[in-house]
Design a protein around this ligand. Structure first.
Ligand code: 5GP
Length: 226
C-alpha cells in the first residue's frame, strides 16, 4: 500500500433508511486505521448509547456555548435536535493517524466539504424507492408511523435532490453491491493503486448523474407512498 498523503475525511449521507449506517460499519469492519467521528447532539441517548461513544450528549446550552467557542466544523438541526462535528474529536483521530468516517445530515455534509475542500469526500446513498424506504423504516422498528411518514416526506422534499452536490452516489438496492461500492470508493481514496482508482471511476459512470436522475424521478413518482 502506498504512503498516505493526508488523512481522508469520508462523509456518508442520505435519507434515514438509505442504509448509511450499514455501509459505514462495512468500512470500519473491513479496513484498518479508520475511525468514526463522535458528534455532539442535544438529543437524549437511545437504548444503551453511551456518552462519548455514540455521541457526546449535550444540553442545548452546552451545545450553543460550543458553537460560540467555534468548537464545531459544522452543525445542523435534525428533527428539533442539534448535531455537530466536534473539531476536537476529528483532530484527535487525525493526530492518531486515522482516516475519519462521518455520518452527517445532507446540509452537514455539504458544509463540511466547504470547510475541508478536496480533503473531504462526500458520498450520497440513494435508497431504491419510496416503497423500499418505507419497508426498511418499518422493519427497523424504532419509529411510530407518523415519524416514519415525516422522515419520508423530508427525504422527498429536502434530501433526495441534493445528491448532485456530492462527490459519489451509491444506489443502495442490493446491499452486497453497495458494500463493494463503498469499499472501492474508500480504497481508491486511500491507496495509490491505479486499478482500484480506475474501478472507482467506472463506478462513477455506473452511478452517473443520468442514472441517479432516473432513480430520483421514480422516487418522486411514489410520493403517494407516504
Ligand atoms: P440519530 O439521531 O438518528 O443518531 O441521527 C440523526 C441524523 O443526524 C442522522 O441523519 C445523522 O446523519 C445526523 N448526524 C449525526 N451526527 C451529526 C453531525 O455531527 N452533524 C450533522 N450535520 N449531522 C449529524
Amino acid at each position: 500500500m502506498s504512503k498516505k498523503r493526508n488523512n481522508l475525511l469520508l462523509v456518508v449521507s442520505g435519507p434515514s433508511g438509505s442504509g448509511k449506517n450499514t455501509l459505514i460499519s462495512c468500512i470500519l469492519d473491513n479496513r484498518d486505521n479508520v475511525s468514526h467521528s463522535v458528534s455532539a447532539t442535544t438529543r437524549a441517548p437511545r437504548g444503551d448509547e453511551k456518552n462519548g461513544v455514540a455521541y457526546y450528549f449535550m444540553t442545548f446550552d452546552e451545545f450553543e456555548r460550543t458553537v460560540e467557542e467555534g468548537g464545531f466544523y459544522e452543525h445542523d438541526v435534525y428533527r428539533e435536535n442539534r448535531y455537530g462535528t466536534l473539531k476536537a474529536d476529528v483532530i484527535k483521530r487525525v493526530a492518531a493517524g486515522d482516516n475519519v468516517v462521518l455520518d452527517l445530515t445532507v446540509p452537514g455534509a455539504v458544509n463540511l466539504k466547504k470547510e475541508f475542500g478536496e480533503r473531504a469526500k462526500t458520498v450520497f446513498i440513494i435508497p431504491p424507492s419510496m416503497k423500499i424506504l418505507k419497508e426498511r423504516l418499518i422493519a427497523r422498528g424504532t419509529d411510530p408511523m407518523d415519524v416514519i411518514e415525516r422522515r419520508m416526506r423530508f427525504a422527498l422534499e429536502s434530501e433526495i435532490d441534493r445528491y448532485r452536490e456530492f462527490d459519489y452516489v451509491i444506489y443502495n438496492d442490493v446491499l452486497e453491491d453497495a458494500k463493494k461500492a463503498i469499499l472501492l470508493i474508500y480504497d481508491s481514496l486511500t491507496t495509490g493503486d491505479k486499478n482500484v482508482k480506475k474501478a472507482a471511476e467506472k463506478l462513477k459512470t455506473v452511478n452517473s448523474a443520468e442514472f441517479a436522475e432516473k432513480i430520483v424521478d421514480r422516487f418522486k413518482k411514489e410520493a403517494d407512498m407516504i
